[in-house]
Design a protein around this ligand. Structure first.
Ligand code: NAP
Ligand code: G4F
Length: 362
């Protein structure tokens, strides 16, 4: 049987890497769009490239979501069966500093893809997945959030993604393009970018445990998120494009935890019990027990402090998803839960921290 061809934007990101690996395991020919960068940005996919360079099933192209001509030419030349639009300026806090850029990439970038499909006359040939987000729910109007919950975005990122959501739906209704929105709640992994809160925590906790770092400086401890594993979530993207009709689906674990919970659990996994004391910006995380005496740490020591620099001008306080539609219609079932996600992230970052320590001591 002839292999299907997939084109992934944002292939160098967390989801792009997991999705590429998943599609290759399903015998797809995978094309990815990467940005030109002054330093290497393919770390997450280098192993795939090395494994597949002989058989030409994994091919990378230079491109940028701001460049409509480049996107149109690539879609024409690659002639994909499926396009996964994962490229985005994906950091909510940063979107307050770069609102116009975020709109150009996250909102108009999506339009550029859909319009290319239409101009090339590929409406009936190609299926499009749009990386929508639980940030659309922002200041939540009901709990849990499902496909019918009204949107109330709280950041330039959320607002840009709202345009992308609606233009995807509009091109589906206006031109009959098979275009689906995956409204994915937060998903993490050992490949998560280091400035997102979960990875920032697992990096800091493991580095502290081996004596490479003194403290974790953090923002809003009370924020609650519905966290899942990226590996489970990219599978849902593929499932949406194999469904009999294009539609919009919420993907979530159905459980939420606070940033504070995430920190406590992560420290516990490296044998350090941490308790939070004080209130507001004076709240601190202090050691109450240490399982195995580690480099210079002692009971009573402050390991976590608040730094208001990480607060957002407007915050999304709490998110909790209801993914019943995806679980029923797509038969999507996640394999990871909150505990197995954190465990995998801490173990992976502990290996990294130990390597860093050896290099430092050389
Ligand atoms: P990520 O790790 O930040 O990856 C983003 C990708 O987009 C990277 O490959 C990045 O390239 C690329 N990119 C950024 N700006 C670009 C531009 N101007 N032109 C071309 N490519 C560009 O994000 P992720 O966590 O994998 O998320 C994937 C998608 O899902 C994003 O659209 C995100 O907004 C959305 N989403 C994520 C979550 C989540 O919890 N992870 C939840 C819901 C929705 P570089 O590597 O060169 O930076
Ligand atoms: O990890 P975060 O930066 O993720 P956020 O803002 O929820 O966005 C992520 O998930 C979205 C899906 O809902 C995606 F669409 C988006 O692309 C991205 O992947 O922050 C999570 C929470 C926030 O409430 C934030 O204020 O953690 C809080 N937080 C507290 N201290 C912090 C920090 N966030 C970061 N990044 N860094 C901190 O020091």
């Amino acid at each position: 049987m002839k292999s299907k061809i997939a084109l992934i934007t944002g292939i160098t990101g967390q989801d792009g890497a997991y999705l590429a690996e998943f599609l290759l395991s399903k015998n797809y020919i995978v094309h990815g769009i990467k940005r030109r960068s002054s330093s290497f940005n393919t770390e997450r996919i280098d192993h795939l490239f090395q494994e597949r360079s002989e058989d030409s099933t994994f091919i990378l192209h230079y491109g940028d979501m701001s460049d409509g001509m480049n996107i149109t030419r690539l879609i024409r030349d690659v002639n994909p069966n499926e396009i996964y639009n994962l490229a985005a300026m994906s950091h909510v806090r940063v979107s307050f500093d770069t609102p116009e850029y975020t709109a150009n990439i996250d909102a108009i970038g999506t339009l550029r893809i859909l319009e290319a499909v239409r101009l090339l006359g590929m409406e009936k040939k190609v299926k499009v997945y749009q990386a929508s987000t639980s940030e659309l729910f922002g200041k939540v109007q009901e709990t849990p959030q499902s496909e019918t919950t009204p949107f109330y975005p709280r950041s330039p990122y959320g607002v840009a993604k709202m345009y992308a959501y609606w233009i995807t739906k509009n091109y589906r209704e206006a031109y009959g393009i098979f275009a689906s929105n995956g409204i994915l709640f937060n998903h993490e992994s050992p490949m998560r970018g280091e400035t997102f809160v979960t990875r920032k925590i697992t990096r800091a906790v493991t580095r502290i445990s081996v004596g490479l770092q003194n403290q974790l400086l953090i923002g809003n401890l009370n924020a609650k998120r519905d966290w899942g594993h990226a590996k489970d979530y990219v599978k849902s993207m593929w499932m949406m494009l194999q469904h009999d009709k294009a539609d919009d689906f919420v993907i979530a674990s159905g459980q939420n935890f606070s940033v504070r919970d995430f920190i406590i659990k992560s420290f516990k996994l490296v044998g350090i019990d941490v308790d939070f004391q004080g209130t507001g910006i004076n709240e601190t995380g202090v050691i109450t027990k240490i399982k195995n005496q580690t480099d210079g740490l002692k009971v009573g020591q402050t390991l976590v402090k608040i730094d208001p620099v990480y607060f957002r001008p407007s915050e999304v306080d709490t998110l909790l998803g209801n993914s019943n539609k995806a679980r029923t219609k797509l038969k999507w079932i996640p394999e990871y839960d909150f505990d197995s996600l954190i465990k995998e992230m801490v173990q992976s970052d502990l290996t990294l921290a130990n390597k860093e320590k050896i290099i430092k001591e050389l």
